[in-house]
Design a protein around this ligand. Sequence first.
Ligand code: GLA
Length: 385
Amino acid sequence: MPAPEDDARRAFAETFGGKEPQVAVFAPGRVNLIGEHTDYNGGFVLPMALPLITVIVGSPREDKKICLVTTAEGADEPRTVEFETPSMNTPLTPGVPKWANYVKGVIQHYKAGPIPGFNAVIATSVPLGGGLSSSASLEVATYTFLQQLCQDDGNLVQKALTCQKAEHTFAGVPCGIMDQFISVMGKEGSALLIDCRSLEVKPLPLTDPKLSVLITNSNVRHELTGSEYPTRRRQCEDTAKALGKESLRDASMEDLEAKKDSLSEVCYRRAHHVITEIQRTEKAAEALEKGDYRLFGKLMVESHNSLRDDYEVSCPELDELVSIAVEIPGVYGSRMTGGGFGGCTVTLLETSVAERTKQQIKEKFQGSPSFYITKPSAGSGVLPP
Ligand code: GLA
């Protein structure tokens, strides 16, 4: 696959009469090491930005037209769309193709303006729908692109929140803040412990050459994602209310046990996952700081089991990938990452066993997986013209 920047520049020249784009920006996908389905409960998450990125290249136009092209593998048709910049009377609304909704949503919610018309090409190395936040990377890349055409106040938290709002209103997914936040704030060489209630961030260096992070894409996606995510979110909010708390972040295991009899069995298990996962994430951050990879790995496996049994967002393929990985000596831990129902697992292992682990997974896994050995990378930014 060509690097997304080269791909975008080639397509721009082809589509827009051989001209060089005036602006080039990127935003990364992410992998979450631990802290799953905790962000919309005000809890902790521990993601890192990836070297897999979405790139947008483009130039402003004299008129009010916006012309977008995508080269992304798996994007729905048509791959080219044209629309007018929004105004008070004619706001943008979501429609088809779906890929353009992420861009339209960010344009619609962008506070600085008015933005000029523009031509742009999108290219990406983040697999679409693979659980590595291809959508957040497109939203954040769009915002970064708009910042070059029409400067905003530079508030990075606002940037992440605006991109999250685009996901809520134009993609219809009531996501938490993790994906957009890490795509904006990612730091080379560090995973970020994010407190999703205060939005405070603590970088945790992850530069030990003896340690690797392996992402395994199951390349399966179950259709449940769309309907189950909002259901989980609602169950958490209802349970927090039943416990008399603003969010499950404020609830302890004692609080939960005290009300166990008045909760449905499902809500009890959902809250059990969230409360224990928040605790695990704090412990895992401490373990990483101390270089205690064994403990970190054990917490990853506990996280996976909790997502499988209590939160019920795993699937047989992800369970199988985790089981195969954790049998291999030198693997510290493995778990599903992201929303669930397919997508990827993340595995922490000794660098020396990375190739062997890939080999074993290829031999034993029933599907056709793909792999990325990754390093914590930078958040969104501008590429040289
Ligand atoms: C998706 C959402 C995130 C988060 C994860 C689960 O990636 O976009 O906000 O809730 O699922 O941890």
